[in-house]
Unconditional design. Structure first.
Lengths: 113, 113
């Protein structure tokens, strides 16, 4: 069964450093999402991406964040200058349409020191 | 904006007990409703969904009915197993909020043998 994969599974970085989190979507999926879950809190929407552009973003998704599909397969989330409060589990999700279920990857745990 | 409220856990049960996790939502328009499950150390997996009022989603012995009149989507299972121990998330998408998922806070369920 096809699945969404994410790398790395765990990333440790120093405050102020840039990180790139990678996701490989299910091959025929066209809609891509990033969510995050700070330890003990809700899963929060960050951004949705369709047709090579952002379709919606939350207020969390400020100028330090960016997304792209650099090679038509990977879907990446870049955090330019990490802060302590960016420590969270980041989930990639993909879907075949805008209103159907989303399929989640296993997540990347980001720890900012 | 849209929101989802679900009962706080942890919920501790014995094997073969009946499980109910309450979920209510606030949304404009006609959202789709989902239950996702997160097993220890894993990502979010879709458990079941319902896309319109009075629809019943079911999977793996779990059921939930979309109740528009009470804005609820309670999850039930008649006889739980130890393997059902996980965190369960109620979520919605669609309606006026677009295609992002809005999650409840999650309910941890622990089933003891």
């Amino acid at each position: 069964e096809p699945e969404v994969t994410q790398t790395p599974s765990h990333q440790v970085t120093q405050m102020g450093q840039e990180v790139i989190l990678r996701c490989v979507p299910i091959s025929n999926h066209l809609y891509f999402y990033w969510y995050r879950q700070i330890l003990g809190q809700k899963v929060e929407f960050l951004v949705s991406f369709y047709n090579n552009e952002i379709s919606e973003k939350s207020e969390i998704f400020d100028d330090q964040f960016s997304v792209e599909r650099p090679d038509g397969s990977n879907f990446t989330l870049k955090i330019r200058s990490t802060k302590l409060e960016d420590s969270a589990m980041y989930f990639c999700a993909t879907g075949t349409s805008g209103y159907n279920e989303q399929f989640f990857g296993p997540g990347t745990r980001l720890t900012v020191l | 904006g849209d929101s989802v409220t679900q009962m706080e856990g942890p919920v501790t049960l014995s094997e073969e007990a009946f499980l109910t996790i309450n979920c209510t939502y606030t949304a404009t328009g006609y959202p789709s409703l989902f239950w996702y499950v997160q097993y220890p150390g894993e990502g979010l997996q879709l458990l079941l969904k319902a896309t319109k009022a009075d629809d019943k989603g079911s999977n793996k012995g779990f059921e939930a009915t979309y109740r528009k009149e009470t804005t609820s989507f309670h999850l039930e299972k008649g006889s739980v197993q130890v393997s059902d121990s996980a965190v369960y998330f109620c979520a919605l998408s669609g309606g006026a909020a677009g295609n992002k998922l809005t999650f409840g806070g999650g309910t941890r369920v622990l089933v003891k043998p």
